[in-house]
Ligand binder design. Sequence first.
Ligand SMILES: Cc1ncc(COP(=O)(O)O)c(C=O)c1O
Length: 315
Amino acid sequence: MSEDRNQFSAGCAWIEGQYVPIAEARIPILDTGFARSDLTYDVAAVWKGRFFRLDDHLDRLLAGCDRIRIKPLWTKDEIRSIMTETVRLSGLTDAYVEVVITRGVPGPGERDPRLWTPRLYAYAIPYVWIVRPELQEKGTEVVVARNTRRIPPGSVDPTVKNFHWGDLVRGLFEAYDRDSWLAILPDADGLVTEGAGFNVFALVEGVLRTPERGILHGITRRTVIEIAQGSDIPLRVGDLRVGDLYRASEIFLTSTAGGVMPVARLDGEPVGDGRPGPVTTNIRKCYWDLHTDPRMSSPVQYLAPELTPPPKRAC
Ligand SMILES: Cc1ncc(COP(=O)(O)O)c(C=O)c1O
């Protein structure tokens, strides 16, 4: 199907059992996902026609449902099929594929969340970059938020991917107010957490470090940890103080939406020599190579079989 005749080419959503063009996708205004952020979600990437670690994304989604006591009506395989179908219909070979499970729509005056029937929404749109690839080549700038703390895990469990973005968005405004555009949020004890849609890594005295507590355990973060373990890069997963960031020779951010994103400047000062460092550059290359590795990725069967690109070599 040619792109201009495909009504789904800008994106495709699955809403209440139907596949619709992304611009026509609607959710009920009373859905508690919208009204109270009562949901969990996940985002997987399709790159060169292949899903990256879709199984791991689905496992995290279902574990999140369990933790917040939502009982989804769909099996893992059914969710996988719905997500795959949104991509297949759109024809997108580089896609951002989101699935959301909400607690549902309460009946009139109903306040008992145990009684609501979960709903599922899914959509595929063109791949999203937190940091554009051209900027990744030079390295981005980022600030450490001074007036915003990450919401404590005792209030909102950050391991359950969620829409409680009040602190993350406040951090973004703080960044813009300081002539930057991305913010890393500390917690109340001065430990590094994460930012709006990304985890944080820092190379401090030759050791690659990333926080463990108070964060979403990102699939990109997991991939980087595995790359580091497989390449004998010294690694320490655990508390990282904000002060450690200022001593770091390399810093990078990780997300499904952008991959491994080198940081060139922190609070306006250069990180290392102000360019992506060798450890970051190497990990970034390995990360993207893995997207065509059959051990980590699976092909989408598109409408026209010739649209499915062949797998490439492993990292
Ligand atoms: C708060 C937060 N932290 C980290 C991440 C990175 O997770 P992943 O690598 O699974 O995309 C995300 C992704 O959206 C996020 O929202």
